[in-house]
Design a protein around this ligand. Sequence first.
Ligand SMILES: Cc1cc2nc3c(=O)[nH]c(=O)nc-3n(C[C@H](O)[C@H](O)[C@H](O)COP(=O)(O)OP(=O)(O)OC[C@H]3O[C@@H](n4cnc5c(N)ncnc54)[C@H](O)[C@@H]3O)c2cc1C
Length: 498
Amino acid sequence: MTTTEQPAAEHATATGKKVYLRTGDQFKQSLDDGRRIWVNGQEAANVASVPALSAGVDMLASIFDDQFSAEHSDVLTTYDAGLDATISAAWMVPTTIEELRRRRAVIEYTTMKSVGTYGRTFDLAPLITVGLKAYQPTFEKSSPEFARNNPNLAANITAYLEHGKRSNIVMAEVLADPQNDRSGPSGSTAGLLRIVSQEADGVRVSGAKSVGSIAAQADEIVFTNLLRPDFPPEACVWAALPVGTEGIKLISRPPVSKPGADPYDHPVAYRGEEADQFIVFDNVLIPNDRVFNVGDPELLQYYGRVCAWLHWHILTRLWYKAEIFVGAAQAVVDALGTARIPAVRAQVSELINYAQTLKAFIIAAEDGAFMTEGGVLCPDIPMLTSGRLHSIQNYPRIIHILQELCGQGLVMRFSKADFDNAETGALLDSLLPGHGISAQDKNRLMNFVWDLTSSGLAGRVELFENVNSTPAPLLHERIWAEYPRDMMAAKARKIAGL
Ligand SMILES: Cc1cc2nc3c(=O)[nH]c(=O)nc-3n(C[C@H](O)[C@H](O)[C@H](O)COP(=O)(O)OP(=O)(O)OC[C@H]3O[C@@H](n4cnc5c(N)ncnc54)[C@H](O)[C@@H]3O)c2cc1C
């Protein structure tokens, strides 16, 4: 498919106003597009036939349906003056602080919807397009010899943004390279995605991208390579394609969630997961209108700036998720009657402090927002980088505290079937009640905290939080590069009389 062949999202309304929104069913149907996915060594007939994938798709589909609900439409949809239509608020391009905060409400909604376990949810990857728009003048100037058949990269950004708004699509965002030998020149590694030929209609690429979270469950993939010092021009590519494009093959990691489980047993994991895919590009044609960069290393240097809104999304989601952790902790100490113990209260306070600190980073980043050359309001980037480092360095400790507060409860959990059994159910009911809470409800709370902190799903999410948008060592490097150290040194020298 090309840009012009995407599923139409336009609906007629009684008032005659244009609405570019899809229903959950329309979204699900559009995924049955012949895409090639392997899970546990078997090629899937389609996404719906793989429980771990389809439960996640159902979760996404319910977001599409919420766009039409009285409860959520105010947050999930917005009026777009350029199109004179109602569109998904995920595709807003913020130009004022009010719009940035308005857009943040979508992140709060998607975090609550997935309990923060979907990092690449519905509204994340559209922010890459927002970032491309923010630096469109720079893309306008780029015309490397390599891009001879793709003259107008900037026009492609405008067209893609409009396509996203009109088609109400979900995208995966993939940067990571396959994990080959890192000791040699990165330009020579086997899996590196690179352009293998140019044709009148576009460029052909081969190679792979790794850890494409949600790719199998999304409409499209936006992908690039991260610039390294020794990169050949043919590895400098930035583009977006439908997942069903000929030559794209997705190999999934083993599933970690519990689709089909009773929600009592797995209050979070029954909702499925965003699966991670190894994405192979086997001589794939990228049509000219889907290319944002081809052959220009300078443009790859803009990746960090283009991703600022994405990083704002990630940190915001962690803030809202931290508030869920605080709520879970309070519910646990209430249920166990441990809230009167000062040492326990100190642990809950530590969770509160984590949530408050992440909130402060976000408020400060929004407060220090600046206008980009393309007229998009961007949260303060150094503030986001520091916030991201703080969020991932403390995440394992926060998880540990939540586990600690539960004591034996995270291990001595029982299934709904245990409570439904006449003999064991009666024993558990009579022997395990908590402080003003029945044994069954206390057990369900522990099942919830298990899914959040200790299950296979929680393990994947913890690894995701640690590295999904670059691990701590790289964030330290970014802070070193971004912070006005010289200015501070000048102040210190002046005070010291130097
Ligand atoms: C569950 C999960 C989901 C993910 N989802 C996505 C996704 O949707 N999209 C996407 O693009 N990526 C995704 N990622 C990948 C993530 O971007 C990478 O894992 C991350 O950038 C680190 O790259 P790497 O794994 O290739 O590390 P490697 O290059 O294999 O290096 C291993 C480790 O060595 C250290 N290291 C390596 N190079 C340096 C350096 N230059 N400076 C300092 N330390 C270094 C780091 O500690 C690093 O973690 C996901 C990862 C996980 C685990």
